[in-house]
Design a protein around this ligand. Structure first.
Ligand code: PEP
Ligand code: MG
Length: 537
């Protein structure tokens, strides 16, 4: 059989080999007819809606167990659609005024809102269109009594035009070696879930049903699919899969070991995380602490601002997972290239120099105070610090301290328990580095964000790939600012970490250690590699 190579896009990293299972979704038999008893039809719809809400609650619990609360929030978003006034009103009007049967009323409302969502530019809003489809198809299948017909008997490479989160979570994950999905983006819920579960995904190619059953390779790093590979390709992939396994197993030797050089110099290795799933990976890779929780995950992909309770619930889960090891929560860093749906971002000519991070928090306390209260309450469950991004002045730190006091007063007035938190600033603007002597006397620790420190020192937009030829990650100016910050921190008797990408760059590990940096905070997958490197210095 001839081999067939199909190019797509990378979705979730990793390699897989297995039999192809091409899933063609059965068209839902939603007959369209006019009704006379509108009350009876609307009750039929309401019964289906109640059953769907129960089903979603069950999926929420299952996802929470498999992949953590933040991933399970997909299903909170779906139950919000089922309770959405506009969606329900459209269905009701279809039944009551247009006399459409319930299935027709739902599919019509689904198409109406799907077109609106999927025409929007923002990819994360477009992902909502998939939720809407999922919710509506589920309602129609409840109304017509047709369930999903996915039937997998052995581990496969699963290919489909799209996979609904509800379908994905119901498939036994041991049965999916990899996924090829024609529609979808890195924001698709299924792709995020697959990444959490370590399942490679290729996006883009539509696969013909006639290819079902053929042996297939997928490369989630490069986004390629090879159906019926020749012997040489097969061997290559098997060896890649094996190499990755051996590499990962070899690194495991470094679990439980400290990062100490041959001469006995030690540095701490922390993890940077952006979800509970990352925390699990960080623990698996033996991190000593979480040095940076990017809390933006609480704000992105939501159409309402997170409440104090939302913050508390998510942070408590992270703190408890760390089981007594320190966790540093960085307060919200939205703005520049990261936009919230729930916030009216003003138009800015220069967003990287605009209303971002602490600048939003200081001006909009309704965003900041619930987050601070959530962190303070989570501190009762472990060793918690809070850290502020994009600081440029002492006045900002004083303002933040006042807001922090307000948050504490509100908790006390409400009789809610909270814990002690240590306070730190990120040094990621040249201004902060240059006044690090004064900032050091106001906080308990500092962390150098080299991604932004480099961007702002070199005046080079980090998101603009056109500027790559001008970008020098090892610019001497940045190293001078790091050295000045470390010296000032130590003079004030506090510790300093580096948490930007440079922290994981082994070309400069020795230099950072020589400068006296106390800890390197890196993405969970890099922890053991970095430890091995340091132990062999
Ligand atoms: C940094 O700027 O180095 C940093 C760690 O923060 P972020 O990459 O989230 O902006
Ligand atoms: Mg930063």
């Amino acid at each position: 059989m001839n081999s067939l190579m199909i190019k797509g896009r990378a979705g979730s990293p990793g390699y897989a080999i297995g039999k192809l299972y091409v899933y063609k979704r059965r068209r839902l038999q939603s007959k369209k007819y006019k009704i006379t008893d509108t009350d009876k039809e609307y009750s039929r719809f309401e019964a289906a809606k109640e059953a769907a809400l129960k089903g979603i609650e069950d999926l929420y619990q299952r996802t929470r167990t498999a992949a953590g609360a933040s991933n399970a929030d997909i299903f909170s978003a779906q139950s919000m659609i089922l309770k959405d006034e506009d969606y329900i009103k459209k269905i009701r009007d279809n039944i009551v005024d247009e006399k459409k049967n319930a299935e027709w009323a739902v599919s019509d409302a689904s198409r109406f809102f799907y077109e609106i969502f999927s025409s929007l530019e923002d990819e994360s809003v477009r992902a909502k269109a998939i939720d809407l489809k999922d919710v509506s198809n589920n309602l129609i299948s409840l109304l017509t009594d047709t369930g999903s017909d996915i039937d997998i008997k052995e581990p496969v490479i699963f290919a489909a035009d799209y996979i609904l989160p509800g379908e994905f979570i119901q498939i036994d994950k041991g049965m999916i070696k990899g996924i090829v999905m024609a529609e979808g983006s890195a924001y698709s819920h299924v792709v995020i879930l697959a990444k959490t579960l370590g399942i490679p995904v290729v996006l883009g190619p539509g696969i013909k049903s006639s290819l079902s059953g053929r042996e297939t390779l997928i490369n989630g790093n490069e986004g390629t699919v090879v159906v019926s590979p020749d012997e040489q390709m097969r061997k290559e992939y098997l060896s890649l899969i094996d190499k990755e396994r051996i590499y990962r197993t070899g690194l495991k030797e470094y679990k439980g070991r400290k990062a100490v050089t041959g001469e006995g110099k030690q540095i701490q290795i922390f993890a940077n995380v952006g979800s509970l799933a990352d925390v699990k990976e960080a623990i698996d890779n033996d991190c000593e602490a979480v040095g940076l929780v990017r809390t933006e995950f609480m704000f992105l992909e939501r159409d309402k601002l997170p409440t104090e309770e939302d913050h508390y619930r998510a942070y408590k889960e992270i703190v408890e997972a760390m089981n007594g090891k320190p966790v540093v929560f960085r307060t919200m860093d939205i703005g520049a290239d990261k936009k919230m749906l729930s916030y009216k971002h003003i138009h800015e000519e220069n967003p990287a120099l605009g209303k971002r991070a602490i600048r939003i928090c200081i001006t909009d306390k309704e965003i900041f105070i619930p987050q601070l209260k959530g962190i303070l309450r989570a501190a009762r469950h472990g060793d918690v610090s809070v850290m502020y991004p994009m600081i440029i002045s002492k006045t900002e730190v004083l303002k933040i301290n006042n807001i922090m006091e307000e948050a504490v007063e509100e908790l006390e007035a409400a009789g809610l328990e909270y814990g002690e938190v240590k306070k730190g600033v990120m040094i990621e603007t040249p201004a902060a580095a240059l006044i690090s002597d004064e900032l050091a006397s106001m906080v308990d620790f500092m962390s150098i964000g080299t991604n932004d420190l480099t961007q702002y020192t070199l005046a080079l937009d980090r998101a603009n790939s056109e500027l790559a030829p001008f970008y020098d990650p090892y610019h001497e100016g940045v190293f001078k600012l790091i050295k000045y910050t470390v010296d000032n921190a130590h003079k004030a008797g506090i510790k300093v970490a580096v948490c930007g990408e440079l922290a994981a760059d082994t070309k400069i590990t020795r230099q950072l250690m020589d400068l006296g940096v106390d800890a390197l905070s890196v993405s969970p997958r890099r922890i053991l590699e970095l430890k091995r490197f340091i132990c062999n210095l």
